[in-house]
Structures are given as structure tokens and as C-alpha cells.
Design a protein around this ligand. Structure first.
Ligand SMILES: [Ca+2]
Length: 168
């Protein structure tokens, strides 16, 4: 069986390989929370992102989603899935469900943030969403939104004084 350490390293390396740095995700968290939490630092956001990435469920979602994105890019999926993924069809929805499987681990606050990031597409999400060449990020954009939303939720749950304001 793959060890915890190996799975963590592989999932992290996959994010980096696909152009996502943990700092990019931390900046999404900062963007979500800095209007509610005064003096929030990017370091605190990064710490929460790293904690989310420690979970095996999150690592499994990362390696599964990114693998499908890569297979779509390499033309190695059968139809109609290949076409659905390369054109990022809005009605597919399984990419969002995979993201939700991450958000689910962190309580209800994460859902609002997940929806907000998916709709507004700030920072790295926008970059992933703009198609460059043959790149396919159908799953990755939702995974990144979900990690950021989960990190924000984790932060709020760890400090109950922040729950009410974040939930507004
Ligand atoms: Ca997507």
C-alpha cells in the first residue's frame, strides 16, 4: 500500500506540476477571509492550506482529478468523456462533486466559500480557467477552489469567534 508520506508527496508534486503553488491557494484563502479577519497573514492561510493537504481524502481527490485532466490532455480517454473534459462542459458536474468531497470534510462554512470562489474565479482559478494550448484543468480548478474553501472553513472552526462573521 502507498504510504501516507508518499501519497502526500505525490499529490503535492502533481499540484506543482500543473502550475499550482501552495502560496497561490493561500492567497485565495486570504482573499476570502481578510475582510472578516483583521491582520490575517498569508502565513496563517498557508498553514491551513497545508493542514487540509495532510488529509488522505484530499490527496485521493487530487490524484484522481489531476489524472483525469492529464489523460484528457493526452487524448487517452474514450468518448464521450474525452470530449466532455476537454471542452469543460458545464453540465458534467462530476468535477464539482469531486471538489465537494473535499469541502464536505470541513463543515458548512466551506460550501459558501466554495460556491463564491467558483463564481468569482479570483487569482489562480482564473489562470486555470483560461485555456492555454491543449491544457485541461476541468478537475483542477474545482480541486483548488475546494482546498482554499476548506482551509478558510478550518480556520473559522478553529477559532469560533470567527464563525459568525465568516458566515455572513
Ligand atoms: Ca471545473
Amino acid at each position: 500500500m502507498i504510504s501516507d508520506l508518499e501519497l502526500r508527496q505525490v499529490s503535492h508534486a502533481l499540484l506543482v506540476e500543473r502550475g499550482v503553488q501552495l502560496l497561490d491557494i493561500a492567497e485565495l484563502v486570504l482573499n476570502l477571509q481578510n475582510k472578516y479577519i483583521p491582520n490575517l497573514s498569508v502565513a496563517e492561510c498557508l498553514e491551513n492550506v497545508q493542514a487540509v493537504l495532510e488529509k488522505r481524502e484530499v490527496q485521493n481527490a487530487i490524484i484522481t482529478g489531476i489524472e483525469l485532466d492529464k489523460l484528457a490532455e493526452q487524448d487517452m480517454l474514450s468518448q464521450p468523456l474525452r470530449e466532455i473534459l476537454t471542452s469543460d462542459q458545464g453540465l458534467y458536474g462530476i468535477d464539482e462533486i469531486l471538489g465537494l468531497s473535499i469541502v464536505n470534510l470541513y463543515g458548512s462554512i466551506g460550501f459558501t466559500n466554495y460556491g463564491y470562489l467558483d463564481k468569482t474565479k479570483p487569482g489562480i482559478i482564473k489562470r486555470l480557467d483560461s485555456k492555454v494550448g491543449q491544457s485541461c484543468h476541468t478537475f483542477l480548478d474545482d480541486i483548488v477552489c475546494a482546498i482554499a474553501a476548506s482551509a478558510a472553513s478550518r480556520m473559522a472552526h478553529n477559532d469560533p469567534s470567527k464563525i459568525a462573521i465568516v458566515n455572513q
